[in-house]
Ligand binder design. Structure first.
Ligand code: ADP
Ligand code: MG
Ligand code: ZN
Length: 622
């Protein structure tokens, strides 16, 4: 594709990169230095002084025109002449030879004589000092360079100030979807707007809220929106900014950041990539992680050290909550987690619309169609797609972005992200829909199962989809009937794939592992298999220092082991055939549900009931 580079516009959202402040200052210093030297040069030897030949001076002397002289270093003679109209004129002249008579003659004429040594003229001063200035300037530049490269020299001071966001305020309406996350964050906004209301009631507001979600789902955007809604300052720092070369630097930065926060309260401190500092302590090999640990410890100390009353709320983001040090998640720290999920089809449409509103888009562009055509894309991918499409349109010299531009942008991005993230083909999407529909439908046909909360084929983590049930109450013990049904639900995906495709996929691995684990516990820990009786087999697992395999003692005979395996097998086979049985009987509903899932990607309990016209909570058994 041909395009003219001169035409490429500045990418929206990436304003022209401003010169770093330091560099700008040095430029100003440099220019003014030159200006001053030039000015001094011009004014040196002020215009009224004229250089005259020595002979001319002697003539003036003879005529008695010389009023006074100053002899500089016996080399230069400067002085004043009596001008005609009483105006004195200054002159200066080089003394070409050792004039022994000069003094005598001057005395004869009664001229006032002064001696002087050649003081530094301003010009010479600059001339002498310039190399020094220049040297210092160079050293400074090198220093700055090093600072930029490995940050080793920017001790202690937090750079949070630089990240003080003074851009246009972002509001919740700029964030599409994320209803649940917004709902949770609204409380924080309320508090920041009116802390007194909460303090008076003695309510305890969470100090730290952790935003958890895959890259590009809008965590940073949401954090900014909280600040924007509450109209408070927003300090933005990345976890990796804390991790420095020298031990102690990160810790002092943390201290500094929190100090700044306290000073600007109410405000929001946002720590992006919390996992960069917050990884479980002691997890590294061979020590050498002192710096990170110190930083983390300092962060814990700071979080404990202040009160929410101060009006500082700490938001953090991560896509790896699993690697965080448990200490970070304890009450009084990041004790609240907000999941920022990948967008489903409706949310993708909304995100597209938000970003399309910023550029001129042709009427014919169908956001709904584009949302359908971009499964697996994150908010960041979609924003990027709109930008790419705009670039295509500009290169083609169009006034408006057209569908063709979007199609091309989509292909470009899909190819780009295919390497790194999950891109879902139509076939995969369909298979996932049937799989999840299988799990979901079983919830409605099993008496002892928890009700379904929602089912989605929007990928999260490594899972392609999810059927989430919603326990009616928190319970710490479960009945055998509940566990039986739970295992049947685990086989829902497997059963649906078997029924529709006649074979199953690798997508069932996690389900089978879960089912097997439950069945094993039924047999070995909970005494729920008649053939083995109410006996606990095997020992509690030791802490994993030696690795599970080595540490686990069996504590039962080979013969018992075989019987355990058989019992597990029986439970699982039983559950599998129950799942297949139920789904086969309700084949039509399975298809209907899967097709609806392909269309909408996420379905809530109510929507499914509506789809099937269920009035009651559970439908009558087939
Ligand atoms: P994260 O911090 O989760 O990696 P960001 O907040 O940096 O993601 O999102 C990157 C960009 O993607 C945002 O600046 C925004 O343009 C776009 N984006 C992501 N999610 C949304 C959303 N829900 N609504 C609108 N734009 C979004
Ligand atoms: Mg981010
Ligand atoms: Zn599954």
């Amino acid at each position: 594709m041909e395009h003219d580079d001169n035409n490429s516009p500045k990418e929206p959202g990436k304003p022209g990169f401003p010169a770093p402040k330091g560099a700008r200052i040095s430029l100003i210093v440099f220019v003014s230095l030159i200006a001053v030297s030039v000015a001094l040069f011009m004014f040196d030897g002020s215009s009224r002084t004229s250089s005259i030949p020595y002979s001319a001076f002697l003539d003036h002397l003879n005529e008695g025109n010389v009023e006074s002289v100053k002899i500089v270093d016996q080399r230069i003679i400067q002085g004043k002449l009596n001008g005609k109209g009483g105006v004195s004129q200054e002159f200066s002249s080089l003394i070409p030879y050792l004039d022994a008579d000069l003094l005598l003659r001057l005395k004869e004429k009664g001229v006032r004589i002064e001696g002087a040594s050649a003081g530094m003229s301003p010009l010479r001063l600059i001339g002498e000092l310039f190399p020094w200035f220049f040297g210092i300037f160079l050293i400074w530049m090198v220093f700055r360079q090093m600072q930029g490269n490995n940050k080793a020299f920017s001790f202690g001071k937090s750079r949070a100030k630089r990240y003080l966001d003074s851009d246009k305020k972002i509001k919740f309406e700029d964030v599409a979807g994320q209803k649940e996350a917004k709902y949770e964050l609204l409380e924080v906004v309320d508090y920041l707007k009116n802390p007194q209301k909460f303090v008076k009631m003695g309510a305890r507001i969470p100090k730290g809220v952790l935003l958890v979600g895959m890259p590009g789902t809008g965590k940073t955007l949401l954090a900014k929106a909280v600040a924007g809604e509450a109209d408070v300052p927003f300090f933005h720092m990345s976890g990796s900014d804390f991790v420095e070369m020298f031990v102690g630097v990160g810790a002092s930065r943390v201290r500094d950041l929190f100090d700044q926060g306290r000073k600007s309260a109410p405000c929001i401190l946002f720590i992006d990539e919390l996992d960069a500092v917050g990884r479980t302590r002691g997890a590294g090999y061979g020590g050498g992680h002192d710096e990170r640990e110190q930083t983390l410890n300092q962060m814990l100390v700071e979080m404990d050290g202040f009160d929410t009353k101060d009006g500082v709320i700490i938001l953090a983001a991560t896509n790896r909550p699993d690697v965080l040090d448990p200490a970070l998640l304890r009450p009084g720290r990041f004790d609240r987690q907000v999941v920022v999920a990948m967008p489903d089809i409706q949310e993708r449409e909304d995100i597209l619309k938000i970003h399309m509103a910023k550029v001129p888009v042709n009427m014919s562009v169908d956001a709904q169609y584009l949302a359908r055509a971009t499964p697996g894309m994150s908010g960041a991918d979609l924003a990027n797609m709109v930008n790419e499409a705009t670039l295509f349109a500009v290169r083609r010299g169009r006034e408006e972005v057209e569908m063709q531009d979007f199609e091309e942008a989509r292909d470009k991005i899909l190819m780009g992200i295919a390497r790194t993230s999950l891109v879902i083909s139509e076939d995969d999407k369909k298979a996932t829909a049937y799989h999840e529909a299988g799990h979901a439908l079983l919830h409605y046909y099993l008496d002892n199962a928890d009700p379904l909360h929602k089912v989605t084929i929007v990928p999260r983590g490594r899972a392609l989809g999810l059927a989430l049930s919603l326990p009616e109450k928190d319970s710490y013990s479960r009945s055998k009937a509940w566990i039986d049904d739970r295992i049947v639900i685990s086989y829902g995906g497997y059963a649906a794939e078997t029924i529709i495709y006649g074979e199953t996929t690798t997508g069932t691995a996690q389900d089978l592992r879960q089912a097997t684990e439950l069945a094993r516990k039924m047999v070995c820990e909970w005494g729920m298999a008649e053939e083995l009786g109410a006996v606990a087999y095997g020992q509690e697992e030791e802490p994993i220092f030696l690795g599970k395999e080595i540490a686990q003692h069996k504590g039962y005979s080979e013969d018992t082991a075989m019987r355990i395996d058989k019992a597990i097998f029986r439970i699982l086979e039983n559950a599998k055939s129950r799942a297949i049985d139920i789904l086969t009987k309700n084949h039509d509903q399975l298809v209907k549900l899967a097709e609806e899932l392909i269309r909408k990607e996420t379905l809530l309990d109510d929507e499914i009931k509506e789809l099937f016209g269920f009035a009651a909570k559970k439908l009558s058994k087939a």
